[in-house]
Design a protein around this ligand. Structure first.
Ligand SMILES: [Zn+2]
Length: 471
């Protein structure tokens, strides 16, 4: 079923997404690269194609660039029982995502040193169904590792301002950032920040009363924590002129401060996630810990404001923050929000979830793709080769049926575990086929015989890097 990488083929559709709009066209692929895009002439006919291109006509299904997800916790090595390179990237391919960036936790060892990054790279060979890049971590005391990890090829660094949930990835204090940010600014790489500040150290007080009550959990991580953390990061961004990226924004109260900082010209970017955009606290049943994440899913009114922030360009991108664990760690039987692991498993369903809600709000598919493909590619510095159907770009292509609908069932889930808050939801938009550099890796529920994903290193983006880079 898979196309050999050297194959020449043409994907033809009445709806090819180019430059923010649909047109009837044929995308010519050769050696994994888009060789050309041939559009219809003024009289509505497609010019004849060059010889040797087998034509695959998908009718009026949408042909569009693959998604780029810059926030995924793959957890390998060390916590592969939670997720892994093979299962996570299969789920990505099934979800129309052709490039993923892996977070520096919850793997063991955490990716906070050059040696730990080397070790991670030893686990990827033969396991990547899509292309993959990596974030390193900033933790107290590892400033001298940062340059080394940039030299190795990480895209930038993640830090926490609050306990990460993983004891070997401690959160930073202001003084740690004062030491790390000048290094990152000099290297031109972003600092990704989990922005919650708990001045009262509330989180570590025992919650003995009503641990099943969602409202109680929501109140335990107030918007104020995010707002204050973001204010601090804006101040440090200004002081060090270091790229700062706020991950998984949930508090819409912080949008005004972000907007002001950007108007000032600060190098600040922001993401939010499908769960904050498509789920609401009012609908979460007490004891349903599948919905637990940090910061928490807030009220519907908050979600409306996040949509506005995306539409006015204050929030740049939408990525999954896929952060699964074993089902036991969700403590579903007890339904205890305080004991349960905080993380949403959603990688495979981000696009249909967001598209379903966007459609209700009158937002177009090209706009959704700008948030889930072009913007994260730009953020990762991949926009010269990914996330556009244009000559010379990687042939990372998705065939998508925006009108088809389906119900999320455990049997279709490619994540290692089937636990997701999206189970049972009906979504519009079905991923039909996914191509990674011209290889058809996913075809209507079936996968290619072999994975073909590659690691991408920031310092080698001009060239292709094999997954077995370290062997
Ligand atoms: Zn995360």
């Amino acid at each position: 079923m898979s196309q050999p990488n050297s194959a020449r083929f043409a994907l033809k559709s009445k709806r090819v997404l180019r430059g923010g709009k649909f047109e009837e066209a044929c995308v010519l692929v050769e050696d994994g690269i888009i060789k050309d895009v041939i559009t219809t002439t003024a009289n509505g006919t497609l010019p004849s194609l060059p010889a040797g291109f087998a034509v695959h006509d998908v009718g009026d299904k949408v042909v569009m660039p693959g998604l780029v997800d810059s926030h995924v916790h793959i957890n390998e090595p060390g916590r592969t029982e939670w997720e892994g390179f093979n299962t996570a990237t299969r789920a990505a391919a099934a979800g129309g995502i052709t490039t993923v960036a892996d977070m520096p936790l919850n793997c063991i060892p955490v990716t906070t040193s050059a040696a730990a990054f080397d070790e991670k790279l030893r686990h990827i060979e033969g396991r990547l169904w899509v292309d993959l890049c990596f974030w390193g971590g900033v933790v107290p005391g590892n400033t001298r590792e940062l340059d080394r990890m940039v030299d190795q090829g990480v895209m930038g660094f993640k830090c926490f301002l609050i306990h990460s949930g993983i004891d070997d990835f401690p959160n930073v204090q202001r003084q740690d950032l004062e030491s790390a940010m000048p290094v990152l600014a000099r290297r031109g790489v972003p600092l990704l920040v989990h922005a919650e500040l708990d001045h009262e150290n509330h989180e570590h007080k025992p919650h003995v009363d009503e641990p099943r009550t969602y409202k109680h959990f929501l109140d335990s991580r107030p918007r104020r924590w995010e707002n204050e953390a973001i204010d601090l990061m804006i101040e440090l961004c200004r002081k060090h002129n270091c790229r700062v990226h706020i991950v998984h924004l949930s508090s819409s109260d912080a949008i005004a401060a972000i907007k002001k900082a950007r108007a000032e010209g600060l190098p600040l970017t922001t993401e939010t996630c499908p769960h904050y955009l498509t789920l609401a606290a009012e609908d979460i049943k007490d004891g349903d810990t599948r919905f637990k994440c940090a910061p928490p899913i807030r009220e519907r009114e908050n979600s409306d404001k996040l949509w506005q922030g995306l539409q006015d360009g204050t929030i740049d991108l939408v990525v999954s923050d896929h952060s699964p664990c074993t089902p036991e760690l969700k403590h579903m039987e007890a339904g205890d929000f305080h004991k349960a692991w905080g993380g949403i498993a959603s990688l495979q369903f981000g696009l249909p979830a967001v598209w379903t809600e966007a459609k209700k709000r009158g937002i177009s598919l090209p706009t959704v793709l700008s948030w889930m493909s072009a913007a994260p590619a730009r953020f990762l510095g991949l926009d010269h080769k990914k996330a556009a159907l244009a000559q010379g770009f990687d042939a990372d292509i998705v065939v998508f049926d925006p009108e088809a609908s389906f119900v999320v069932e455990p049997s279709m889930i490619e994540h290692r575990h089937k636990v997701t808050p999206h189970e049972g939801r009906r979504f519009d938009g079905r991923v039909c086929e996914t191509y990674v550099r011209g290889n058809k890796v996913y075809d209507n529920g079936h996968f290619a015989a072999e994975p073909c994903g590659k690691a991408m290193m920031r310092n080698k983006l001009g060239e292709k890097v094999d997954a077995n880079i370290n062997s």
